[in-house]
Design a protein around this ligand. Structure first.
Ligand code: K1U
Ligand code: ZN
Length: 175
């Protein structure tokens, strides 16, 4: 497994609509493994392929927060929301492509999602709690949408300016 660098906002690749994947090849399975390792190392609870520069419809997640509980890694190819609850939920979200910035985002509390797994098997399941928030955040990435797109223009602009500064500092430090 290989750690992949995570793109930082603003980056045009984070604003693109990603392409569906076809048959699940060994190369795609390796990408899913690399993304899971990258997510665990970050650390994070989710990661979408465009965050590592791959414009493909693939997300990974593990929302088990209890360190003593068994990990529950998931890789979802071509995930699609098929149902959303009327009940909404607010969660203070973060994003590995927008480090150290957090904001409340309101989303449906429960969602049903269908996807293809690493073995090419189709699934459809209902998610709630943090899993529901995370799967929606990750599917948004596949459609070029970031959690800051739910905020007002001033807050979004302030966070974007901070990220531009952070990227300049990181570029200077590694030069
Ligand atoms: O997509 C991403 O950028 C990953 C993001 C997922 C996410 C977080 C919160 C709400 C919705 C989606 C993260 O994982 S940010 C880091 C994070 O939440 C976390 C890090 C360490 C321990 C627990 C959580
Ligand atoms: Zn994110």
């Amino acid at each position: 497994m290989t750690m992949r660098p995570i793109l930082i906002h603003p980056d045009p690749r984070l604003k693109k609509v990603c392409a569906p994947v076809g048959d699940i090849s060994a190369e795609l399975r390796k990408l899913a493994d690399d993304m899971l390792q990258t997510m665990y190392e970050a650390p994070g609870i989710g990661l979408a392929a465009p965050q590592v520069g791959e414009l493909k419809r693939l997300i990974v997640m593990d929302c088990v927060k209890d360190k003593d509980a068994a990990p529950q890694p998931m890789a979802l190819f071509n995930p699609e929301v098929t149902w959303t609850s009327d009940e909404m939920n607010v969660y203070e979200e973060g994003c590995l492509s927008i480090p150290e910035q957090y904001a409340d985002v309101e989303r449906p509390a429960e969602v049903r999602v269908k996807w293809t797994d690493v073995d090419g098997k189709e699934h459809e399941e209902q998610f709630d709690g943090l899993w529901a928030t995370c799967v929606q955040h990750e599917i948004d990435h596949l459609n070029g949408k970031l959690f800051i797109d739910y905020l007002g223009p001033l807050k979004r602009q302030m966070i974007t300016r901070k990220m531009v500064k952070l990227k300049k500092e990181r570029a200077r430090a590694s030069a």
